[in-house]
Design a protein around this ligand. Structure first.
Ligand code: ARG
Length: 561
């Protein structure tokens, strides 16, 4: 809506003025909704800018634009006032539960969450999980056919260290608690020992070889414990309401990797070094070992095979990886190798959304050293904190409702805090900033939604099919709210273009703010009939859009607070 008005206007201006005009939102109050400076044109035509701005404004004013109320010059700027009453009218007709859902059918693959079996979800896994799922929902809403893919690295050093730990310390035992947490404890113990004892490290590499050769005993034990990890992970995904189209083990690509080696050899991309195989990517990127001298393959080798599998199976228009930025080089090497193998188009449509560090209460964590903060603990802590708050605020709720609400609030706090930052920013998660009911938080969005929804429920007035006279919407807070509602489509679009949910998250926060200021300053239920209905309709649009936003961010809704 907002974007349409702006784009249309820019196109018209380009036609009229023969100049590439970019419209901006003026920062000064009273200067309209959009503006552009005429400096460049003036220089070109050797005219006085202020005179030219007047000239252009009066020329443009002769043309008629549906959503434009007025065009006038202020100094060297041409300023444009939008007819918000008209915008409101068309929004009232358009905004519904399916608002903007487009239909296309192009496939986008998103590889996300992809936890390592060696340890339970930590803050990094959460960032991938939440960004990935939110992206999936946003792209789906936009009309793409999204395939959610999760990759389980069951062949690397971490996985094999865990396997060694299990064989040494827990052989034949079964988990007596959440399995990923149980195995995580074994991993924590063994990984410290492996670091100090080269014999143990050797055993890890031996297991790696046996596992890759699919030695019966090793492979079966490995598969058994990695499936247990998945059971634990599945519990988390269920809480997050995530369903993958494919959960794939790295070891599914052992055979494809062998073929790939041949293909790489044929393309003269490999060099033997001490029996190991070096993938040659210089001068563009550093070369890298892709097969060790004991014959085992590396992460990159299987990830190449996996990428080609995705390409053949889905023919995606975008192939997205939501993985830590520490793997930047890995993905550069992956995409470049695909290009060199002749998959240029595919390679150009591969994206690594590299997110940066998540600190927890200021602390840096290492999962390798076992100092990571785990999802399971964080979630519980959030629930406890929310419980306190709920008992204070809503003493009449019954037990079951209290728990449900606490879980929803804890989830909202954690998710939103992670989603509101663009991926490349490192973030410091603190309860103090995440779990407040005021300010830029998930619970604030939940609370605002519930508040707005309760107003509608309380009024019980039918507002669906009224032909509104929107000309009486003139209060500043009304206009600001209409404006923010009309910007939903651009926020969605920008999230898609930038492949990041943070734009939509920030939009939702602004919408909540505009709504709350509106509701604090403008009477609704006590207003005269016409005003009341119009304002209820505005609240109705807010509720619908907030609901879509929360859903796209994966934040659970609370209908009433
Ligand atoms: N398991 C890896 C990690 O935790 C992420 C895997 C991402 N997916 C991929 N195809 N490489 O770092």
């Amino acid at each position: 809506m907002w974007k349409d008005i702006k784009n249309e206007m820019e196109t018209e201006l380009r036609k009229e003025l023969n100049f590439n005009i970019k419209l901006e939102e003026p920062k000064i109050k009273g200067a309209g909704d959009l503006a552009f400076s005429v400096f460049e044109i003036a220089k070109n035509k050797q005219k006085n800018p202020s005179d030219l701005a007047k000239e252009i404004s009066s020329e443009l004013s002769k043309l008629r634009f549906f959503f434009i109320k007025q065009i006038a010059a202020i100094g060297p700027y041409v300023n444009i006032w939008i007819d918000w009453q008209k915008v409101a009218k068309s929004l009232f007709n358009e905004v519904n539960e399916e608002y903007l859902k487009k239909e296309k059918n192009k496939v986008v693959v998103i590889d996300f969450s992809s936890p390592n079996p060696a340890h339970p979800f930590h803050m990094g896994t959460l960032r991938s999980t939440f960004i990935g799922e939110s992206l999936a929902r946003i792209l789906e809403w936009y009309g793409y056919n999204v395939k959610r893919v999760c990759y389980i690295n069951d062949m690397g050093k971490q996985a094999m260290t865990l396997l060694l730990g299990y064989t040494l310390y827990a052989k034949d035992k079964t988990p007596n608690k959440k399995p990923d947490v149980w195995l995580g404890e074994i991993y924590k113990k063994i990984s410290l020992e492996v670091e100090e004892n080269s014999d143990l490290e050797e055993q890890v590499f031996r297991l790696m070889k046996l596992y890759e050769e699919q030695d019966k005993n090793t492979f079966e034990t490995g598969k058994k414990i990695f499936k247990w990890c998945l059971e634990g992970f599945n519990e988390n995904w269920k809480i997050f309401d995530i369903k993958f189209d494919e959960i794939i083990f790295e070891s599914s690509f052992i055979k494809d990797s062998k073929n790939l080696i041949n293909e790489l050899e044929k393309n003269k991309m490999l060099e033997d070094v001490d029996n190991a195989k070096l993938l040659k990517l210089e001068p563009k990127l550093p070369n890298t070992i892709i097969v060790r001298k004991d014959g085992t393959g590396l992460y990159l080798l299987r990830d190449l095979a996996f990428a080609l599998w995705k390409f053949k199976k889905f023919k995606p228009v975008k192939n997205i990886y939501v993985v830590g930025e520490d793997q930047k080089l890995h993905f550069q090497q992956l995409f470049y190798t695909l290009k060199k193998l002749g998959y240029s188009d595919f390679s150009n449509n591969c994206y690594h959304i590299g997110y940066s560090l998540v600190l927890f209460e200021g602390q840096k964590m290492s999962s390798r050293k076992g100092t990571a903060v785990l999802w399971d603990d964080v979630f519980k802590e959030g629930v406890d904190k929310a419980l306190n708050e709920i008992e204070k605020r809503w003493p009449d709720l019954d037990e079951k409702e209290i728990i449900e609400r606490a879980e929803k609030i804890s989830l909202a706090a954690i998710k939103y805090f992670i989603l509101k930052y663009s991926p490349e920013k490192s973030i410091n998660f603190t309860w103090e900033n995440a779990l407040r009911f005021e300010g830029d938080t998930g619970p604030y969005l939940q609370y605002t939604y519930a508040r707005a929804n309760s107003i509608l429920e309380k009024s019980k007035e039918k507002i669906e099919k009224i032909d509104f006279d929107t000309s009486i919407l003139t209060e500043e807070n009304e206009i600001k709210l209409i404006k923010q509602i009309s910007k939903f489509s651009s926020a969605l679009h920008d999230s898609v273009i930038n492949i990041s949910p943070h734009i939509l998250a920030n939009y939702a926060f602004e919408l909540a703010n505009e709504f709350n200021s509106f509701y604090e300053k403008i009477p609704v239920l006590k207003a005269e009939k016409n005003e009341r209905l119009l304002r209820l309709k505005l609240i109705d649009c807010t509720v619908k859009i907030l609901k879509i936003c929360l859903n796209l961010l994966g934040i659970p809704i609370i209908e009433k607070m």
